[in-house]
Design a protein around this ligand. Structure first.
Ligand code: NDP
Length: 284
């Protein structure tokens, strides 16, 4: 039976670090602030935006929500972002997705100042992740790495298999993980015989978006299994990409969903706010 990797406990640890760092900054007269731009009323985005507000206040980060109607012209959204870029009291900007169809996601992502881009989606930050330079990187792949580092998982010399090469999780994860010296295999929807590869993993990371697709017979006994997937369950709730109940009988350690990778993401967005703030102040 696998050890449970407790994402909530790791998130609490990060939260405590944030509280202490933010209180130090506030004593110096610096008030970290996150601005969230929400266009339209996608119910999930509204929930995320509100939950971030509560979490921000929990660590002492100021928060302002800019909620715009769904029919806001693209140029008005870009103008708001430009204003927030110039506003020195705002240190992080987050644009909730999805955006309405008439607004180009690429244009909006590219408009956010790279040092305020707490989602790590600006082309410059995507470049830094490849080059190994410091930048702001997406929270979910960072969560996958942090949850392992902070629970003592050794990465160096291990064979890590990532299932999924999406822009949000799988692809950036390759480069964040590589810094810690595992050997990495990346699988995707065109990988023939997925189990052949996943069974070779010392560390198996699922970032697909297909409920319970990683079955027990696809996992090497004793492997570390990290599940980044979030899938809605009929009748409410969420589950991961890993068939948790059966895989836990085979794996050495496993992250649950909920209570795993996803538990860290908001705190890691706040870490990005502070990292970006230091860049803005020229402290990096
Ligand atoms: P994408 O949809 O961008 O990518 C999914 C990837 O899975 C693609 O690379 C795709 O392959 C691959 N894939 C699809 N079907 C299969 C299959 N049958 N076998 C192997 N690979 C397959 O997803 P994201 O990167 O945006 O997100 C991945 C998961 O992470 C989702 O479940 C999402 O909900 C979750 N997520 C979790 C967050 C969190 O806070 N925990 C935040 C953001 C996302 P191909 O490239 O060939 O199409």
């Amino acid at each position: 039976m696998a050890n449970l990797i407790d994402g909530k406990a790791v998130a609490k640890q990060i939260k405590e670090e944030l509280i202490s760092e933010v209180s130090q900054l506030r004593e110096e007269g610096i008030f970290p602030k996150l601005a969230v731009v929400l266009v339209g009323d996608d119910p999930a985005s509204v929930v995320y935006a509100r939950s971030k507000e509560k979490a921000a206040s929990g660590v002492g980060i100021d928060y302002e929500l800019f909620a715009l109607p769904a029919d806001t012209p693209e140029e008005d959204v870009l103008a708001l972002i430009e204003r927030l870029n110039k506003d020195t009291s705002v240190h992080g900007i987050m644009v909730e997705l999805p955006l309405p169809k008439h607004i180009s996601k690429e244009k909006v992502m590219g408009a956010v100042s790279p040092v305020k881009d707490v989602d790590g989606v600006h082309p410059i930050n995507r470049g830094y992740i490849l080059s190994g330079e410091e930048g702001l990187f997406p929270a979910t792949p960072q969560s996958c790495v942090e949850i392992m580092l902070r629970t003592g998982v050794q990465l160096q010399g291990k064979h890590a298999v990532i299932v999924g090469r999406g822009e949000t999780v799988g692809k950036p994860l390759v480069f964040l993980l590589l810094k810690h010296n595992p050997t990495i295999t990346v699988c995707h929807s065109r990988t023939p015989d997925l189990g052949y590869f996943t069974r070779q993993a010392d560390i198996l990371i699922a970032a697909v978006g297909k409920a319970k697709m990683i079955k027990a017979d696809m996992v090497k006994p004793g492997a570390i299994v990290v599940d980044a997937g979030i899938n809605e369950v009929e009748g409410g709730g969420i589950c991961g990409d890993v068939d948790f109940d059966n895989v836990k009988e085979v794996a050495g350690a496993i992250t649950p969903v909920p209570g795993g990778v996803g538990s860290l993401t908001t705190q890691l967005i706040f870490k990005n706010v502070l990292k970006g703030l230091k860049m803005q102040l020229g402290k990096n």
